[in-house]
Design a protein around this ligand. Structure first.
Ligand code: BGC
Length: 415
């Protein structure tokens, strides 16, 4: 400490700044090109505030690997100061007593007023803020390479019927219609958009929030499985196991025409210097215009036993909700800011469209649904059980009659 103080004085820093310096270790899975640029923004801001950043990145889209590592760290009494934990998992960690109370920061920054309740509700455990909201991602997007569509005289599909027609045309020309990564979370990401397209928001909520047996075993759900299987006819042989950002780069390069993915995919287009409307199209997943499947990223804070590190952690929570961070991070990440009062003028047409639909669906209470594939509507156990059925169906000759029964049973078994 003495040496540190001397160094601070030598560098023109103040003794106070040095005494307050702490370290925040942050666990996340933001490792793709666009994701890494985004998290670097937070690292820079934490360091500018005089604290040390310890990066704890665990690669793997969707965060399954990260959650496994986090559990083992926490069990051995060595949890990081902060971790990217989302949705209902925040409640699971809160119930176990691991999370810190962020009320002082939330009050000072007026989170109750600046955040929409759909965001703030997810951040609280037993009425107390325990996580800082980073962004809102929209999951029900489709990304399309503009030249591929223009050169082939094709219009971007707006319904499932049009989607299969366009895909047939592209396939006949030897172009891979759909870039897909065959990993369970990517399968469920596509599947949930198909469910939303066919059944609408109320049906989606009945199935994935309420877990209503009739809805899960309905004809519409059976059709959703049938439509999902059609995707298989339009992907390339390299799809199994492929990472989502590799699939995005196929669309960026024109090696495939479309990808179904949340708007973290836009972060990859942005990192590659591509512009919406010029190089690519961002459109709602066919048949889901005016609907919004939300996936909110958040950094949950773990209880600390070192006062300086706790100060650094609280400072980071404050920075996350600041307008400056919300702007720079979300421009890189592809998502929209969490603040209702955010100046949206630096954002592109995709983000403006997302914000518009987010606000209008939140206001009307119609069309806004929590993502099942990204842990917003169900516990990790139920989410995992659904993913097993969806992926198993996609990769086998299971009938859709069998699939709906398996789905409904898997959910009940994990309730
Ligand atoms: C997260 C995103 C992330 C994506 C791919 C999602 O579950 O919410 O922030 O970019 O997974 O890793």
């Amino acid at each position: 400490m003495f040496k540190k103080t001397l160094l601070a004085v030598a560098l023109g820093g103040t003794i106070v700044a040095s005494a307050q310096a702490g370290q925040v270790e942050v666990m996340h899975w933001w490792t793709s090109g666009g994701e890494a640029k985004s998290i670097a923004v937070l690292k820079g801001m934490v360091e500018d505030a005089g604290h040390t950043w310890k990066d704890f990145a665990v690669a793997g889209g969707g965060g399954e690997n990260a959650m496994t590592v986090l559990r083992s760290r926490a069990v051995s009494g060595n949890a990081p100061a902060s971790a990217q934990i989302k949705g209902l998992e925040i409640q699971e960690w809160g119930d176990l007593g691991f999370l810190a109370d962020l009320t002082p920061v939330a009050e000072a920054q007026n989170w109750e007023t600046v955040l929409p309740s759909v965001v703030s509700d997810v951040m609280k455990h037993e009425g107390k803020y325990v996580a800082a909201p980073v962004n809102v991602h929209r999951v029900n997007w489709m990304w399309a390479n503009k030249s591929v569509f223009d050169d082939n005289g094709l219009e971007v599909p707006t319904s499932l019927k049009e989607l299969w027609k366009v895909s047939d045309t592209l396939k006949a020309k030897g172009i891979t219609p759909i870039a897909h990564g065959g990993q369970p979370w990517q399968d469920t990401t596509t599947f949930e958009s198909i469910v939303l397209s066919l059944g609408g928001a109320d049906f989606f909520a009945k199935a994935f929030v309420e877990h209503d047996v009739k809805t899960l075993e309905s004809k519409t759900m059976k059709t959703a499985f049938d439509e999902f299987r059609k995707v298989k006819g339009y992907i390339d042989k390299g799809a199994p196991g492929r990472d989502w950002n590799v699939a995005t780069s196929m669309v960026i390069k024109g090696e495939a025409a479309m990808q179904f993915m949340g708007d973290w995919a836009k972060g990859e287009f942005t990192a590659a210097n591509k512009k919406p409307g010029v190089d690519y199209y961002c459109v709602p997943f066919p048949g889901t215009d005016g609907e919004f499947t939300f996936n909110i990223d958040s950094l949950a804070m773990f209880k600390q036993n070192n006062a300086e590190n706790e100060k650094a952690q609280m400072k980071m929570a404050e920075l996350v909700v600041s307008p400056k961070f919300q702007e720079t991070f979300n421009l890189n990440k592809g998502s929209i800011p969490v603040r209702l009062d955010q100046d949206m003028s630096p954002f592109d047409a995709c983000a403006l469209a997302a914000m518009d639909t987010f606000k209008s669906t939140a206001k009307s209470g119609k069309g806004l649904v929590p993502s099942m594939a990204h842990g917003m509507s169900t516990t990790s156990a139920i989410g995992g059980a659904i993913a097993d059925v969806v992926t198993d169906f996609f990769n086998s000759d299971m009938t859709s009659d069998e699939a709906v029964l398996k789905l409904s049973r898997a959910i009940r078994a994990n309730q």
